[in-house]
Design a protein around this ligand. Sequence first.
Ligand code: PEP
Ligand code: MN
Length: 361
Amino acid sequence: MITERTPKEKLMAVWSKRPLIISGPCSAETEEQVVETAKQLAATGKVDILRAGIWKPRTKPGGFEGIGAKGLPWLQKAEQESGLLTACEVANAKQVQDALTFDVDILWIGARTTVNPFSMQEVADALRGVDVPILIKNPVNPDIELWSGAVERIARAGIKYIGLIHRGFSSFGNTQYRNAPMWPLAIDMKLRHPDMPMITDPSHICGNREGILEMSQRAIDVDFDGLIIESHIDPDNAWSDAKQQITPQRLDEILSSIIWRKPDSSNPEFNKALENLRHQINILDDELLQVIAQRMKVADQIGQYKKDNNITILQPSRWHEIVEATVTKGEKLGLSRDFINKYLDAVHIESINHQKKILDA
Ligand code: PEP
Ligand code: MN
């Protein structure tokens, strides 16, 4: 088959498109499945990049572990016939070389690889001197330093175009999601790397078809840059992740139902109103800080008093009273129990630290 690498300008035009939409099967299974899925996805006019797993890291042995390098020419054919760029997962040096030999446009690093610095370094070394965009999925566990470390290894190998994929995190006892989204962590990561696209993977977060629209909408609501959604021409009979894959037609419906929000508006009246509200928020945040600082000064006085009278810092019965009363009041004011608990925990720790300083002085 005669193919050549996608011209740099086309690759860059797609890479900088917002929202960036990546879709395709969890795994490449047969040539027909890959090519037909690509054609149907391209026909929606809403998809930019075809994804397909060639090597599949499975949690347990015995599942489908990927078709292997034999599937790479199928991706080339799918690109030729659909016009979509292609992406696959790589987890070691050999896979990087094979994917590049077959002109895969964009490579992604899976959650089970990001988690392992040895594997990350091997992939980074294999990428030295190569000009290919790399997407890095969050590690399986909620560790932002591990995710950032993976980014740093790839950046140090000289890769200029790096993007992030938010696919959720393992958490014990969690039943609602296959991988809990933990939005604050993903948002923090985006704030650390404002120049890197952040793409949400609702398929691996939800682990089912039903949650995909809502999870996608949340990603767009927090101004993430795109979505990677698994799609298969016959989802029920997919060789991996059957429960979460959707048909290209369903993907089209989902993408049409999402309310695509913009970070800014060009309407001056709206901008003025927003500016006004943000100003109010700034004033209220300042006031909150002042009040909390005042509260800590009172805590200092209590600390001094406890010290003079040889009383312990922590008095659990008093604290339980405060928590109960505050949660009740907070709920009446429309604040969730969960928020009040987190807020009180933070205030309590700060207060104890203040008092401890006084007792130790
Ligand atoms: C995948 O994208 O099919 C995959 C294996 O995902 P993750 O690395 O997020 O588990
Ligand atoms: Mn999958």
